[in-house]
Ligand binder design. Sequence first.
Ligand code: NI
Length: 259
Amino acid sequence: MEFVDTHTHLNDEKFQGEEAAAVERARIAGVTRLINFGDTMASSARAVELAAEYEGVYAGVGIHPEEAYELGTADDERLAAWTKEPRVVAIGEIGLDYYWEKDQERRALQRKIFVRQLDLARQLHLPVCIHDREAHGDTLAILQREGRGLRGVLHCYSGSLETAREMLKLGFYIGVDGPLTFKNAKALPELVREVPLERLLLETDAPYLAPVPMRGKRNEPAYVRYVAEKVAELRGAELEEIAAKTTANACELYGLIQP
Ligand code: NI
């Protein structure tokens, strides 16, 4: 059985000096491939470095909404140049975060650089990895307006099933992580039963959001297996089927070689 952790952060300082060990533990758990996403220029650079260093480790580069600043041409060029490096497969994570950002001007800046990075991804023919926290309406509106010709995933999905259906219509994937396994998972279990399996991606968002039974500990790519087990349980499917289909989905979206 093989899994892909489609969204993780071994580029986070919490893994400093332990990246090789985390990659090895992932492999032992059957997580043969993982994608580290950047949220700043510095963490994007680190994600690119790790992708060059480790077989099975990929990267996405981008500026996260919580880190928003006025992007210029030099920033676009930097991001575009990284995508020519080995195993850099996406622009992300990008999007909107209205949970942490209450200031209207800062939110407007988030929207501006979200659209700018969507344009960049379109020019580069790359998929996008989208962060949307308590900004479901604006995220959907922007994707409906600006998402033409783009493919991607709503990572760590936290919206309603209704919104998910609209995202699916646009061709986007839905990423699920540790919160699916939490007791207070709210809409997520129903969502995971309803979303077509060919549109579901597994992720950890490590070092945060460790799934049960590791909840509260530092998360890591090896734990994506617990998310897969929960998806299998909710859908009444075999773990093998969930592993095979979600791995195929990850390969399809990010252009990885099918197993
Ligand atoms: Ni993330």
